[in-house]
Structure formats: C-alpha cells, structure tokens
Write a protein that binds this ligand. Structure first.
Ligand SMILES: NC(=O)c1ccc[n+]([C@@H]2O[C@H](COP(=O)([O-])OP(=O)(O)OC[C@H]3O[C@@H](n4cnc5c(N)ncnc54)[C@H](OP(=O)(O)O)[C@@H]3O)[C@@H](O)[C@H]2O)c1
Length: 150
C-alpha cells in the first residue's frame, strides 16, 4: 500500500462522499470527513469562509499535514430553466462553485505552508447547466496542474 495520507473528504455524511471516505479509510489513509451537522464528522459549511479556514486549521493542528482534498460537497437543483430563479441558482453556485473554491484555496495555502506547493485538484461534472446539477468546477483542474508542473 502507498504511504498513508491525510485526506479531507467534504460532504462525507451521505452518498458519494461517504463512499469515498469509507474506501480511502479502508485503504489505510487518515480521512477527515465533513458535514454541517452529522455526528462523528468534522463540522464544515462550504458557504462560510471562516468555517473552511477553521476546518483546515483543526486538521493541521491534529495531523500536521494535508495531502489531498476531495471537494465532494454539492447540491443539485432539478427543473427547467424557467422554473429556477436567479436567487436559487446563485445559492447553488455558493455551494457548488464558490464552496469548492474556498476549500481549494484554504487547502492549497496550507500545503504551501507545509512546503508541498499547491497540489490540490478539484472536479465534478461540467457542461451546460452543470452548476445546477452540482458541477461546474472541472475547468479549474488544468490551471492547477500547470501550477504543479511549471
Ligand atoms: N448522485 C449523483 O448522481 C451525482 C451525479 C453527478 C455529480 N454528483 C455530485 O457528486 C457529489 C455528491 O453527490 P451525492 O449524490 O453523494 O450528494 P448527497 O448524498 O446529497 O451528499 C451531499 C453532501 O454534501 C454535504 N453538503 C451539502 N451542502 C453543504 C454545505 N453547504 N456545506 C458543507 N457540506 C454540505 C452534505 O452534508 P450535510 O448535509 O451533512 O452537511 C452531504 O454530505 C455532489 O457534488 C454532486 O453534485 C452526484
């Protein structure tokens, strides 16, 4: 097995995030799963910058390092364009797009402080209407790869 890593999995209380967290844990990694309120998980609301920064500091204080971040948190909105208000879609962007940006920024800053350089990568689905379905951040991987491999 590869060396155990400290990995944050956001939105680990259910669904895909829970499955990813359990799988990584079974592989021997030190997994930090998050939720807004589920017991046994680290508290995180990705719409709150202070919450994101506080999570990173708690993980660093406990483990001394952050090797990887899985930006799994996402909410979906189903319905035709004309049924969705701008405010509803804006709220979704706060979670699915800006939430992922907040966590990636905070984790990368921590990795730079560790001397690892920014190593994060984030992706969900993309394409038309992707943010409404829970994606819209895939494009951020390429610039980060370029940063990793100048
Ligand atoms: N399921 C699919 O078919 C599908 C397809 C394509 C993409 N995806 C994407 O895959 C990811 C996981 O999907 P899923 O179906 O497994 O979702 P899910 O079961 O609804 O889980 C979403 C997770 O996100 C957390 N969460 C929601 N809002 C949050 C917020 N503001 N701050 C922090 N945590 C928050 C929830 O935790 P708490 O409620 O405990 O806080 C929960 O753990 C999402 O990004 C989704 O868009 C899913």
């Amino acid at each position: 097995m590869a060396a155990a890593q400290t990995i944050i999995v956001t939105g680990a209380s259910s669904g895909i995030g829970r499955a990813i967290a359990l799988h990584l844990s079974e592989q021997g990694h030190d997994v930090v799963g998050t939720s807004r309120g589920a017991s046994g998980l680290e508290r995180l609301d990705v719409t709150d910058e202070t919450s994101c920064a506080a999570l990173i500091e708690r993980v660093l204080a406990r483990t001394g390092r952050i090797d990887a971040l899985v930006n799994n948190v996402g909410q979906a909105m189903l319905g035709a364009q004309e049924e969705c208000s701008v405010d509803e879609v804006r709220a979704l962007f706060e979670v699915n797009v800006f939430g992922a940006m907040r966590m990636t920024g905070a984790a990368c800053q921590a990795q730079v402080r560790q001397g690892l350089g920014p190593r994060g990568s984030q992706a969900r689905n993309s394409g038309p209407g992707a943010a409404r379905r829970g994606g819209g951040v895939k494009g951020s991987r390429k610039p980060m790869r370029a940063e990793d491999n100048p």
